[in-house]
Write a protein that binds this ligand. Structure first.
Ligand SMILES: *Cc1c(COP(=O)(O)O)cnc(C)c1O
Ligand code: SF4
Length: 376
């Protein structure tokens, strides 16, 4: 069983589905077809508590439920507080909307220049290419459009987006996200990456995907072959809890890394899931052994119906403070708030500057000891 401070990775294996042929289990399309979406399907394996049961009834027009068998196996059926469970099984608290929450919590719609293309920063764009995901995270920033439960009707226009990027020579960086871009077929993804590679001012392309976590089976040799031919490609994955770091995920990450794709991770700080220094430390240590560099730790966005999963901002700073000096620098992500209203990502750090006295900077180290630096 999983233990908090051990680096032994959890092997998901076929779990509840041990009787099906491995060839099916390892087929990502089988995993997609056999996702657990309905209450009756979930109840076959888990006894839901009342809050979850109500939650499942109220989310049809908020954000669909869909859990891959691989990820479902990671849920501890005996623990209602299981950190995996809380990420994908809705709770009745999703019905609570607060005045300061917003369906577009980080103001993407205002910077959407073509359907799916968000141009906020001068030199880079966010290209949303689908509204589908492997499973649906209950805190999703883009709940308004992913899964189409809210009837957004998201239809990204690849040609218009590519035309915009071609015309805007200041764009050097394209972040492909969604939804989950690895749900596009190998062909469609290759074509898109190929078009971007043909734009001379685009020098850096990233895929943002949670599929290695939800569906490591998606990292096929055909996909790796397609990705390998794009030399300027990086990938950001999304892991929140050490229990997600399975042998299957590690193998997928190692294959991606061996195909020349540098890997980063983005986590969302979530109440009762990873809002703890020891849990976070265990997560980031596992990420390093999977060849993944922790990149961002996000304050949970003000998405309607997510207040039960949000922590105070001070919690994130406390966690970063607890990590700095007590683990590998590479392992420490940058804590950020994606500002409501389209302000972009704003880094938040513990305060390391005690005071500036003329030319003397009084700095606080990880043990809260003060050191002076003479700055000309
Ligand atoms: C996050 C994001 C990016 C990429 O930002 P980085 O700090 O370079 O990772 C670009 N555009 C939008 C709209 C984003 O939200
Ligand atoms: S994988 Fe990403 S886009 Fe999809 S539901 Fe989760 S957070 Fe949202």
């Amino acid at each position: 069983m999983y233990s908090k401070d051990s680096l032994n990775l959890w092997r998901s294996g076929q779990g509840y589905w041990k009787n099906i042929p491995a060839s099916q289990w390892n087929d990502w399309k089988w995993q997609m077809r056999n996702r657990l979406s309905r209450k009756t399907e979930i109840c076959e394996y888990l006894s839901l508590n009342e809050d979850e049961s109500i939650g499942l009834d109220i989310v049809k027009d908020k954000l669909l439920v869909s859990i891959t068998p691989h990820f479902f196996n990671l849920i501890d059926p005996d623990n209602p507080l299981c950190p995996i469970r809380k990420q994908v099984i809705p709770n009745k608290s999703e019905g609570i909307s607060l005045g300061y929450e917003d369906v577009d919590p980080v103001g993407e719609e205002g910077s959407m220049v073509t359907p799916g293309l968000v141009h906020r920063y001068p030199d880079r764009v966010l290209f949303l290419v689908t509204d589908r995901c492997g499973s649906y995270c209950r805190y999703c920033t883009r709940s308004r459009l992913v899964s189409n439960a809210q009837g957004y009707g998201f239809h990204p226009n690849f040609e218009q987006g590519l035309d915009y990027i071609r015309k805007h020579t200041e764009i050097r960086d394209v972040l492909i996200s969604g939804g989950d871009p690895l749900l596009l077929s190998d062909n469609k993804l290759s074509t898109l990456l190929g078009e971007l590679a043909n734009i001379s001012h685009v020098e850096f392309v990233r895929l943002g995907s949670r599929l290695p976590v939800f569906l490591p089976q998606r990292i096929t040799s055909d996909l790796l072959h397609a990705l390998k031919s794009h030399p300027n490609l990086w990938m950001s994955i999304h892991v929140n809890h050490p229990k997600e770091c399975t042998v299957e995920l590690r193998n997928a990450c190692h294959k991606l890394a061996e195909s020349g794709i540098p890997l980063g991770n983005q986590s969302v700080l979530l109440k009762g899931i990873n809002d703890d220094v020891d849990v976070m430390k265990s997560l980031i240590h596992r990420l390093l052994i999977m060849k993944v560099r922790p990149y961002y730790l996000y304050q949970c966005d003000l998405v309607p119906g997510t207040s039960h999963l949000r922590t105070p901002v001070s919690k994130g700073i406390e966690i970063i403070k607890g990590l700095r000096g007590s683990t590998t620098g590479y392992a420490i992500p940058q804590f950020v708030i994606d500002a409501p209203g389209g302000g972009g990502k704003i880094p938040l750090n513990p305060n390391y500057v005690e005071e500036v006295d003329g030319d003397i900077w009084k700095l606080k180290n990880f043990e809260d000891r003060i050191f002076s630096y003479y700055s000309v």
